[in-house]
Design a protein around this ligand. Structure first.
Ligand code: G6Q
Length: 549
């Protein structure tokens, strides 16, 4: 019942009428009128992160009404419920406890009355032993050589997290160790990685929660064959480990359970980088750095659990997203890290956000009557300034942006980093301020253009402005800050799911994808001519068969 009231509630109506009186308000005027605006709408996270959300189309009333909506949706209770291990993933009847993986409180976390912390600690201890044995050459390959090529085979949540994090922490990689990721079932992905490697020095990590995912198992079989062809069957024990919840399937695949690192069904795939799924990260950067990442995430968990909503960073970011999505009709947003190491963060967040909140049925099984998850895209700045930023500045679509930038670079070469910083700060300012036609005309005049040229060009050169952005300023991209940053986005997505009353922790669309291809696969493999799909699919299958004949 509660959910049907989401967009009928008092707080929702208040926001709707607030929007009517607010929609024409220009941010540049708000800044001009209030010298304290930046301070008012900035939050600090310890001494590692500053979140400036003052360049949003909001005032104090907007934030008050948004927080009223959060309270009306009983957000504070729902936060407690997640941390407590209630089965909030209702369609799969599971607790959602990625937070237990970084629980540094020393307190137990109960699932079905059982404290899960000892099991979690035991897996971390095993990860520490194994990662150190590999890093320091104590766990060697079949022929006695050091394993220096680490290949993670996984897809979706079993790929994007470790891939993004290892790239983000590249500066912390142990010298001589290299990480590779094979995810796509396209044979090219496998071939291109294997071509570079020597079987004697390669360790394969098969990462799959279910250990039934066709892409991962296909890639794993191909890699296994490549290894066995070169070194023989007994080599498998020294070159293959598994990360999974499914011991039976791991055994069936031919990996000794001793070489399996366990995790649990209360850890969702897209929330699993903190678990054994992070083994490639631990090998690359060391378990001490992995621990620091957990520390950062724990600090963000504590902030999220205890800070008042008005100063709670994930809550603020989430409610700003609700404001745009549900009241201003803006159903997209961009994440732009100005840091080369964070270049894969947008793809990671794309899964986190769109897989979690891309839902049209609420937790009562009713079709929602309001918009849910937005479309997320992004890429590394400054590169994207030379591509899709045109639309962000002058398009008819408004795209709120999260700009993420470290104040200190790992590579302070010449004035590279100042140039990068100047760019990101200038973008936020320009998007907010815009440039009036009059200002554009003046600029053209100063540049010595003729009257006719000015008249013709001034509108092309104008910018409407009033385009929102958050600036997330990090001290540095280190393991601690990265952990906090990822946890911040996890909680943001959680909050939005609560407001929309959806299950943010299932993924029926992804499950569908896992099954769909299985109908067509035998038809392609066996050249079946009697086809019973729609006429387009039938014709395409036949065209493929003809091309491949
Ligand atoms: C994540 C999703 C999905 C999943 C992959 C891989 O939340 O469930 O992206 O991670 O489909 O699944 P396996 O780890 O089971 O192979």
């Amino acid at each position: 019942m509660f959910s049907r009231l989401v967009n009928k509630s008092k707080a929702w109506h208040k926001l709707k009428s607030h929007y009517k009186s607010f929609r024409k308000v220009e941010m540049r005027d708000l800044f001009a009128r209030d010298s304290e605006r930046a301070a008012r709408f900035t939050e600090k996270f310890g001494d590692t992160m500053i979140v400036d959300y003052s360049k949003n189309r909001i005032n104090a009333k907007t934030m008050e009404y948004l927080m009223n909506l959060a309270r009306e949706r009983r957000l504070e209770d729902k936060i407690k419920s997640m941390f407590r291990g209630d089965k909030i993933n209702i369609t799969e009847n599971r607790a959602v406890l990625h937070t237990a993986l970084r629980n540094r409180s020393g307190k137990p976390v109960l699932v079905n009355g059982r404290d899960i912390m000892p099991e979690i600690e035991a897996v971390y201890a095993k990860m520490r032993r194994f990662s150190e044995d590999v890093r320091f050459g104590r766990f060697k390959g079949h022929t006695g050589k050091k394993l220096v090529n680490i290949v993670n085979i996984g897809i979706g949540g079993s790929d994007l997290g470790p891939f993004m994090v290892t790239e983000a922490l590249k500066k912390y990689w142990m010298k001589g160790i290299n990480c590779y990721f094979i995810s796509n079932v396209d044979g090219t992905a496998c071939a291109e990685v294997l071509n570079k490697l020597d079987p004697e020095t390669t360790l394969f990590i098969v990462a799959s929660k279910t250990f039934t995912t066709i892409e991962t198992l296909t890639n794993a079989r191909t890699c296994r064959k490549w290894l066995v062809d070169a070194l023989g069957e007994p080599a498998v024990a020294k070159h293959f480990v598994a990360l999974s919840t499914n011991e039976e399937e791991v055994k069936k695949f031919g990996i000794n359970p001793e070489n399996m690192f366990e995790f649990w069904d209360f850890v969702g795939g897209r929330y699993s980088v903190w678990s054994a799924i992070g083994l490639s990260v631990a090998i690359a950067v060391g378990m001490d750095n992995f621990d620091k990442m957990l520390d950062g995430a724990y600090a963000m968990d504590e902030h999220f659990r205890t800070a008042p909503l008005e100063h709670n960073i994930p809550v603020i970011l989430a409610m700003l997203g609700i404001w745009y999505n549900n009241f201003m009709g803006i159903h997209r947003y961009a994440v732009i890290p100005y840091d080369q190491y964070l270049q894969y963060l947008p793809s990671y967040l794309q899964q986190l956000d769109m897989e979690s909140n891309g839902k049209f049925v609420d937790i009562n099984g009713e079709i929602v009557k309001y918009d849910t998850g937005p479309v997320l895209f992004g890429g590394a700045g400054t590169n994207v300034q030379h591509s899709f930023f045109q639309l962000i500045h002058q398009g008819t679509e408004i795209v709120p942006c999260d700009f993420i930038v470290p104040a200190i670079s790992h590579n302070e070469i010449g004035d590279h980093h100042e140039i990068l910083l100047a760019n990101v700060l200038a973008q936020g300012e320009a998007l907010m301020k815009g440039k009036t036609v009059k200002e554009a005309a003046e600029e053209l005049k100063k540049a010595g253009k003729s009257k006719e040229e000015i008249e013709f060009l001034k509108k092309f050169k104008s910018f409407s402005g009033n385009r929102p952005s958050n600036t997330i300023l990090l001290k540095k991209v280190d393991p601690y800050t990265l952990g906090a940053l990822i946890a911040m986005y996890e909680h943001k997505v959680f909050v939005q799911g609560i407001i929309w009353n959806i299950d943010s922790f299932d993924q029926m669309g992804v499950e569908l994808g896992k099954k769909l291809a299985l109908n067509i696969l035998p038809e392609l493999q066996n050249n079946v001519y009697e086809l019973h799909h729609d006429s387009s699919t039938n014709a395409l299958i036949k065209a493929v068969q003809n091309f491949r004949r």
